[in-house]
Design a protein around this ligand. Structure first.
Ligand SMILES: C[S@@+](CC[C@H](N)C(=O)[O-])C[C@H]1O[C@@H](n2cnc3c(N)ncnc32)[C@H](O)[C@@H]1O
Length: 413
């Protein structure tokens, strides 16, 4: 059957932002609009059972699932910062406990700062090139906050306090805050940069508590389970998969690992610098993909640049293997919803939406529809830096695709 794409303006959500439903508690690149998930689950009458997101990032699909009424939700992501954000958003903690812990920590920090000799006992995590990214004063203050946050016994409350800590790390570092990749600010800006670390932390903490209390706390039911790992397949276990996978490898598209490096290092993750290489398309391919819809596109890229063709092949190879596992893990009659962008490489736009539909069909699914929506609301750059050179950008994607498939009966159990 012919592959069908419909331009559907309903899914543009003109004038709406992420914040209107579930505001972000922490920045994250390329977040999905939760409204998309809610409306698509309604439109296709998905079973209100178990939802899977194999690339959950900061957890927008769980927000959709919560609104829609899923009873259980499971997510995976290799990036520990993503998992921390998702956990905090969807774990119920007592607001009074948050407020009391905030006061205790503030008093403890105040007392600690009274005695200058205390600074000598500070412990620092392994942060690569610490002095390049942080002034001595900033790193000392971050170490103080970190010490008191890690001394919180209740794990869920500790995780909550780590979220504004991670944002403070980023905001008080010498990184340019409007870039996803790690670029240092200009020398003249470094000289003028003297942030009030502890003030920034408590302001962010207060904001995070307020947003959590107003938007998340009233709705969450502790039915979200996430882990920092690659997706672990489980045959015929999920009613719905709702996800926005990466649309290319991290090195040349959105660098999730780089975005999170400093936070992850301050959170004690020793492989923080290796994460981009571990993500989809991060490993090398020795051969180009030669079958299916993508083969012709890769062959065209290979005429312009063989190395780029191999990199692109590595990404689609990983995506194909992942879809096989995901397909196997969905129950008969279950739905898969992938929200994805089609990137351009060497001036060739790659049909990732169609590739996804094709691979699901090869694995026992029927393609129901692909909707094309305007991307203006996604909190990611519609421009990125494909050359990896700071400041140099190119228009990559204006539309995004919602690919909906259904697992046929008689496939799997
Ligand atoms: C487009 S983002 C998801 C954003 C998410 N929907 C949100 O709203 O925050 C894609 C995510 O896939 C993760 N990722 C990439 N390759 C992965 C892999 N092989 N296994 C698990 N997660 C992966 C990245 O770390 C990133 O968080």
């Amino acid at each position: 059957m012919k592959y069908q794409v419909i331009r559907n303006e309903k899914y543009d959500y003109a004038g709406q932002s992420y914040n209107s439903l579930y505001p972000n508690l922490h920045k994250y690149p390329a977040t999905m609009l939760p409204q998309i998930g809610v409306d698509i689950l309604k439109e296709f009458k998905a079973t209100k059972g178990v939802l899977l997101d194999p690339y959950c990032g900061s957890g927008s699909s769980f927000a959709s699932g919560l609104e829609y009424g899923m009873t259980e939700m499971r997510g995976f992501d290799i990036n520990p910062l993503a998992i921390l954000i998702s956990k905090v958003k969807f774990t119920k903690v007592n607001i009074k406990d948050l407020q009391e812990t905030k006061l205790t920590i503030r008093n403890n920090i105040f007392e600690f700062l009274k005695k200058e000799s205390n600074l000598e006992r500070l412990e620092f995590p392994n942060v690569t090139n610490m002095d390049f990214w942080f002034s001595k004063n900033v790193s000392a203050n971050l170490a103080i906050i970190r010490y008191f946050v890690y001394s919180i016994e209740n794990k869920n409350i500790r995780n909550f306090f780590l979220l504004p800590f991670s944002e403070t790390v980023r905001d008080c570092s010498y990184t340019r805050n409007n870039e996803f990749k790690l670029f240092k600010m200009k020398q003249e800006d470094v000289l003028l940069f003297n942030p009030n670390v502890i003030g920034i932390y408590f302001k962010k903490l207060e904001e995070t508590i307020t947003l959590y209390e107003n938007f998340y706390y009233p709705k969450i039911t502790n039915n979200v389970y996430v882990e920092y790992s690659k997706f672990k397949p489980k045959q015929n276990s999920f009613d719905v998969v709702l996800t926005s996978p990466p649309y290319g490898d991290s090195r040349t598209t959105v660098a999730y690992g780089q975005f999170s490096t400093l936070s992850n290092e301050w959170l004690g993750i020793d492989y923080a610098r290796k994460i981009d290489g571990m993500l989809m398309g991060g490993a090398k391919n020795k051969e180009n993909l030669k079958t299916g819809i993508i083969a012709d596109y890769i062959s065209q890229i290979s005429k312009a640049n063989e190395k780029r063709a191999l990199e692109v092949s590595a990404f689609y190879n990983d995506l194909e293997n992942s879809i096989k596992q995901v397909a196997d893990s969905i129950k008969q009659g279950g739905k898969s919803v992938y929200v994805v962008g089609n990137r351009t490489v060497k001036n060739i736009q790659l049909p990732t939406d169609q590739f996804i539909a094709e691979k699901f069909e090869e694995n026992g699914f029927r393609h129901l529809i692909t909707y094309k929506r305007l991307l203006s609301n996604k909190s990611m750059p519609s421009r990125n830096s494909p050359t990896n050179e700071s400041g140099k950008t190119a228009n990559t994607m204006l539309f995004e695709y919602i690919v909906v498939c259904e697992k046929c009966f008689g496939k799997g159990n």
